[in-house]
Design a protein around this ligand. Structure first.
Ligand code: AGP
Length: 597
């Protein structure tokens, strides 16, 4: 949520900052700005709208500077417009600041600063930071930033430059920031995608740390003044992984990457009749599992509950991370807290993790080196590669595959025996998903029937109820069409009132004990004129009769069925949204990584 880039080195700063912003655009795209220090003056350019607007403006300028900061915004306080876009200035345009996070006490600080004569021009919480730095500036930028951030309540990841010193200062509390280290140059960025083109050597700033970068190098200190020697980490992925590689959108590319992503999540983890995970706790002691996450990751958590209870037999609770920390969850020493996050930076999920100190914790995370991945006691990386599309797709299926692995691992540790059939079948999932992707053209044609729909219902049962939720979320996110996921049998307790001849209902129907029951639910919809699309692994005359369209998927064990069922739903969302001319990679109001609560 919001992206920051900073540069100090020997090259021209503007193209580096701009390319970084383009790579970070998935974090926020309502306005963008850049500020460079040129001949002792700060030159700032801001534009409302996508980064391309700023890029077009910058083409008209000739800027000669080797130091600068830039920002792409997802509005929290204040509308998206040029005044509210970052960088923000102090009163005399000597200090420029870009900020991610929320300053919770900004109203109070604003009153105080205005009483002292500061002129605050934007509606943002961020602008007060530049005025606080101005207030404390006595010839040392780093010292002034330190004093300013000590007054801030809430979260920040920020980068600051000034006219008086050739320095770049960055500080972090609760909002991710990394330093990229190159020969004779240092970068600052919200995440590695902004700078991977230039360096794969990064340092993750921790909370309450401040970095000062100058021509002579960089130093990192804690906010209470202790010097810190953070490790340099090598980023393993490459620039190709964050390019569209011929696909029109990242979302489509990532849907098609799922066979590879799942193969990567499983690679080396099912071996010699064992499940290999880096888990540091005694599985036999775990008597309850609590999974917490947000959004799509919460849907995979719900699937995790089915898997863990069915395969391992340990009672499992699932909670929205945003709710978990504000109720009084009962967590005991022998419980396992599982946190699931693609980005590893989601503020609510991180806050929930930090709330719990007394039990084992395990992260299922995609983004290597992210804050959550560093704070959990054990972890399973998805290895799905960077996910850029705002709508999560390959991370979801990789999370589900990792949850199957976790369940198999716990079962094996507790019983001493691997569920061989399921683990062998799990390895076949990439090719099964490929066979659905091979039907993409047919799914595209079916999707054209939905482009004018106003409402949809997604119905599934058991382990496929969360798949219905995820299918509906995907459609809402990228096409703006209202959709609800429901357990199929619950439909008659309310949502059935919505059904008429204009209503499409998508059923997920798998072979198994509730097959007949779900067929009855289909009859109920058809009797009321509803139009049915069915995703099924079963060739059945009644399904054919009741459905306007049928998408057939490979038949797999119930535990693995979410992995094949979700793929057609992802494709439907993509094709409906693109037929409606929506840029699915930048759906309105959304940002990839939600780093504010
Ligand atoms: C998914 O399509 C969403 N954009 C969103 O719900 C996302 O899953 C959620 O914000 C959690 O993100 P995380 O997995 O990075 O923690």
């Amino acid at each position: 949520m919001c992206g920051i880039v900073g540069y100090l080195g020997k090259k021209s700063a503007t193209p580096i900052l701009l390319s970084g912003l383009k790579r970070l655009e998935y974090r926020g795209y309502d306005s963008a700005g850049i500020c460079v220090l040129e001949n002792g003056a700060l030159r700032t350019f801001k534009k409302e709208g996508p980064i391309q607007m700023l890029a077009t403006e910058l083409e008209k300028q000739s800027l000669d500077s080797q130091i600068g900061i830039a920002h792409t915004r997802w509005a929290t306080h204040g509308r998206p417009n040029e005044i509210n876009a970052h960088p923000h200035y102090d009163c005399h345009h000597n200090i420029a600041v870009v900020h991610n996070g929320i300053v919770e006490n900004f109203e109070g600080l604003k009153i105080l600063l205005e009483k002292e004569g500061h002129k605050i021009v934007s509606e943002t919480d961020s602008e007060i930071i530049s005025h606080l730095i101005e207030k404390f500036y006595k010839g040392n930028l780093e010292q002034a930033v330190l004093e300013a951030v000590r007054l801030l309540e809430g979260t920040f990841g920020l980068a600051v430059i000034s006219t008086s010193e050739n320095k770049l200062v960055a500080a972090r509390r609760g909002s991710p920031l990394i330093l990229g280290i190159g020969p004779d140059e240092v970068f600052i960025a919200s995440d590695a995608s902004a700078i991977i083109e230039y360096t794969n050597q990064v340092i993750y700033l921790e909370d309450n740390e401040i970095a000062t970068i100058s021509e002579s190098g960089y130093k990192i200190e804690s906010l209470d003044g202790h010097s810190i020697n953070n490790q340099i980490t090598e980023i393993k992925w490459t620039i190709e992984e964050i390019e569209k590689s011929g696909f029109e959108h990242f979302m489509l590319k990532e849907i098609f990457e799922q066979p590879k992503a799942i193969a990567n999540a499983l690679r080396g983890r099912i071996k010699d009749d064992k499940i290999k995970l880096s888990v540091n706790f005694d599985s036999k002691k775990i008597d309850k599992i609590i999974i917490t996450a947000c959004g799509t990751s919460w849907h995979s958590a719900l699937i995790g509950k089915y898997l863990l209870e069915k395969i391992v037999g340990i009672p499992t609770e699932v909670d929205y991370a945003s709710e978990f920390r504000y109720r009084s969850p009962i967590v005991r020493e022998n419980n396992l807290l599982v946190v699931i996050s693609q980005s590893g930076e989601t503020a609510d999920t991180l806050a929930a993790l930090r709330e719990i100190k007394n039990c084992e914790t395990l992260g299922i995370i995609n983004s290597v080196g992210s804050t959550i991945s560093r704070e959990v006691k054990s972890g399973i990386y998805l290895h799905a590669g960077p996910e850029i599309g705002v709508a999560s797709t390959k991370a979801f299926t990789s999370q589900v595959a990792s949850l199957v692995l976790l369940a198999l691992y716990l079962k094996e540790q507790i019983s001493g025996q691997l569920d061989k059939d399921l683990s062998v079948e799990l390895l076949t999932i990439p090719e099964k998903i490929q066979s659905i992707l091979d039907q993409a053209e047919t799914i595209k044609e079916i999707s054209q029937n939905l482009v004018n729909a106003k409402n949809l219902l997604y119905l599934g049962r058991g382990i496929n109820f969360p798949v219905a939720l995820e299918g509906a979320l995907k459609l809402k996110e990228v096409s703006y069409i209202h959709a609800e996921g429901y357990p199929a049998a619950e439909m008659k307790h309310g949502p059935i009132a919505l059904i008429d001849k204009n209503m499409f209902v998508i059923f997920i129907v798998n072979h198994g004990p509730i097959f007949e029951k779900i067929i009855s639910n289909m009859q109920e919809v058809q009797a009321r004129g509803g139009r049915i699309i069915t995703i099924t692994d079963t060739k059945d005359a009644t399904i054919e009769k009741l459905s306007e369209f049928v998408i057939t998927v490979p038949s797999v064990s119930e535990e693995l069925s979410p992995l094949v069922n979700i793929v057609s739903l992802q494709l439907i969302s993509y094709y409906v949204a693109s037929a409606n001319g929506i840029n699915v990679d930048k759906p309105r109001n959304l940002a990839k990584s939600v780093t504010v609560e």
